[in-house]
Design a protein around this ligand. Structure first.
Ligand code: HEC
Length: 200
């Protein structure tokens, strides 16, 4: 091999290298990856957070119950309560089904239907059913009364619950007035002792 031929080979090798480099540059320029605007993945955080909301304590509703009740509809409630009707009777004097009859449930002692086999979870509650308590119970029966026999998943929508409560409230010979919207702030959320002095 003379030097001329060595040069030819060297030239060939260099040429190939240059062409490869050039192609690499060209390819990089042609197929430059799109930079993500925000690195990372979008996790379904909001969904996960709301899913855990109804655990042992019901999450504070965005709107207080009296406000929701003020715009609730008895007709919508009656229709939504058909889901409850699978297990509950609503008519006066009606017997228990899977669950106790719900005529007059507001103001009735919790677990108060004589002869109905309530769970310990309900029997242990004490007190009377109020709109707030039923609201909490039907938000998540298992969250409100762990071990309850009421195998109802719960109604997530606060307005739908208010409609149901509005309807339940009519199931009485003597329906009590619904809470006034001006009393909306729950008393225990803002104890009198820490309430800032009102101006004016
Ligand atoms: C799958 C059947 C089922 C469905 C659906 C159901 N419940 Fe119940 N409910 C029960 C059972 C069973 C009990 C008794 C619970 C216990 O003893 O733990 C009960 C208890 C109750 C109580 C307590 C009554 C008392 O006398 O203390 C209320 C209030 C109530 N249910 C309201 C509702 C409402 C409102 C709905 C619809 C949004 C509903 N339930 C849907 C089965 C059901």
């Amino acid at each position: 091999m003379d030097s001329f031929e060595v040069n030819k080979v060297a030239g060939g090798v260099l040429g190939t290298l240059l062409a490869t480099m050039g192609l690499g540059l060209l390819a990089g320029w042609l197929y430059s990856p799109a930079e993500p605007g925000k690195p990372g993945y979008d996790l379904p955080l909001a969904a996960a957070e709301t899913a855990g909301a109804g655990d042992s304590k019901t999450a504070a509703p965005a709107k207080p119950l009296p406000v929701l009740l003020a715009s609730a509809s008895v007709e919508k409630g009656a229709s939504l309560a058909k889901a409850c009707g699978a297990c509950h009777n609503f008519e006066k004097g009606a017997a228990a089904k899977v669950g106790p009859p719900l005529w007059g449930v507001l103001g009735r002692p919790v677990g108060g239907v004589a002869g109905f086999g309530y769970s310990e979870a309900i029997k242990g509650k004490g007190g009377d059913w109020t709109l707030d308590k039923i609201n909490a119970f039907i938000t998540s029966p298992k969250g409100y009364a762990p071990g309850t026999k009421m195998t109802y998943a719960g109604e997530e929508d606060p307005q739908k619950r208010a409609d149901i409560l509005d309807y339940l409230h009519t199931l009485s010979d003597n329906p009590q007035p619904l809470p006034a919207v001006t009393d909306a702030a729950p008393a225990d959320a803002l104890p009198a002792s820490t309430e800032p002095a009102k101006k004016g």
